[in-house]
Design a protein around this ligand. Sequence first.
Ligand code: PEP
Ligand code: MG
Length: 747
Amino acid sequence: MPERVESESRKLLERLRHALAEGGEGQERLDKIVGLIASSMQTEVCSIYLFRDNETLELCATQGLAEESVHKTRLRLGEGLVGRVARTRRVINAADAPSARGFRYMPETGEERYSSFCGVPIQRLGDALGVLVVQSKDAREFSADEVYALEVVAMVLAEMTELGAFVGEGAALSARHQNPVLFRGSIAQEGASSGNVFLHEARVVVTNPISDDPDLELQRLRDAVEELRSSVDALLSGNRQMTTDQLEIFEAYRMFANSRSWMRRMEADISNGLTAEAAVEKEQSLARTRLNQAGDAYMRERLNDLDDLSNRLLRILTGQGKDTGADMPDNPILVARNIGPGELLDYGKKLRGIVLEEGSVGSHATVVARAWAIPLVINAKGITTEALNGDPILVDGDQGVVHLRPDEAVHAAFRDKLAMQTRAQERYASIRDEPALTQCGTKLGLYMNAGLLADLPSLEGSGALGVGLFRTELQFLIRSHMPKRSELSALYARVMKASGGKPIAFRTLDIGSDKVLPYMKPNDEPNPAMGWRAIRVGLDKPGILRMQLQALVRAANGGPLTVMFPFITLLSEYRAARAELDKVLAREKILGNPLPAPLNVGAMLETPSLGFAPDAFFKEVDFISVGGNDLKQFFYAADRENERVRRRYDTLNHSFLTFLQMVVKRCADAGTHLSFCGEDAGRPLEAVCLAACGFRSLSMRPASVGPVKHLLRRVDLTEVRAAMDDAWAKGDLSARDAVSRYLKNRL
Ligand code: PEP
Ligand code: MG
């Protein structure tokens, strides 16, 4: 960078700093700034366009264009050169602007007299705030150094905009973070709730973007980077139990922390008048913009790493920790980029809703949110930069939509939705102790799925007859070390006690696939869902399985015990698992410990192959529980974690229901108890169809027991069956439409 521009831009920033320090109303400040830039850059025009709303840019200050056009001239995102800079977040530097692609003539500004145009985006952490433009009469392209100087100024403008420096009365800007914003994410847990934002991590606020002592700032940056490097090194050398993924991430961190070009760019920013934190943020903004535009997954990952690293560096420089220090507001709705299950458990059930920028339907945090029936929306991009602690927020988990700072009309509509939800809850509560008895006199057993001790109180509230699936892996997932047998046994005993004598089907550890224990050596597998998971791990590493079975037997202490093995694919696997249990029982007997009675041992049917197992399998098991989530992904070869394919195939498709009916028949022939415990059991329409196919026992999330029972009590299964048969006779591929029509007419 030539010395001239370096000092020019520093001088400009210095003048900017003085101008801003003088105070004044927002508009006054903006006017001063455009004047300063125009004179420093020796251009006839300098203008600042800022977003009025997500789609509209407004000319907010100008030196050189017609004064009357300020706050009048507006452009849509993408419209004209200014709109294009805002949309693409890229600089446009044109010597002959009127002939450049996208040029839009704005007569009110007198723009046609200016030939050259340079527009740079005003953005903060990937969030577009506006455009800074300089124009001049002579047809010249602005030099790389001049563009750079403008970018540095734009960065300062972004910080000042964020801090509300341009807020004022009348036509001036309204403060940021005040307008309603709608986020469209994905559904992870249904339900609706209204509350106030509680940020999981504090946003770093840079209050001093301009420096007057570059040497001091350079030293601050170097010290902070040194601290960052040593903390990453310490993490890498100190933690031997990291998974390959974690190791990769930290290796990438190390790579960035030692990256010379990253450092050089920040040093140049500082030489040009930015403070160390502003320089870090400028680079971070750039990385975020690239992140938003990167299609390549690997590239996105790396840019994400850089973003995390910048955050760490900013926290070192500003001394601002992660803790927001804010009190939890009433009806807190947690807003975070992502969150682990342990952190979520720390917040406990007081949360009314959760909104994540990232996350996935199968993540452990999602499992916890589902267990607690807290509405959860994931993939709500940009919410952590927009939301402030305490902001009113509405989470619509049914639609995957989040309204931040909603206006009154949205609030009113949402209140109606919540009222309907409350009325429905009252209806469900009124039938809580009634049986799930259909109009045709068929009685179903409705059970709930659980995984934590904290879930057990829902037995009472939901009216479930027991726990049809207790996912024991959650206890393993939320710890940082392998639980001891005595810990597990004590925990299972408390779970049994909390059930008040209602039955609980304990599923042995179902790890692997997306459930990776933080303290176990991870396996790199091309297809983890079809890999070394569940009972396969249990049989290959019987130590853990035996320890868990022992803990269960001891917890039962001579009382009833139901154990089910996950992901059984072959009769031989079931036999081997059962043999492990028998070994444990024999040992306990020798030790003089009481054996469980009655003891029920079953298998989860989660792969199509088990449906075709020999008759002996159906006779040997005490019960079978269909794990529809996994079964469906293997039946349709559609990954349950992949948003693109997971909803592509219908549960009520003829082929899938035909398969399930075969399983129903084989169980009936063998006299074996059968239940269904996948997510579909908790969807009323699906539950009714499963009942019409012969299922008499369904296990679901506690919040689903009411709605499912309510519908079952109003239908006649022979009529549902007839509607399904009609659909097949007509050649429909799915029974969904026919059964929906029947329900609509009948209810
Ligand atoms: C299933 O696969 O349907 C099931 C209940 O198990 P999980 O969702 O825990 O894999
Ligand atoms: Mg499963």
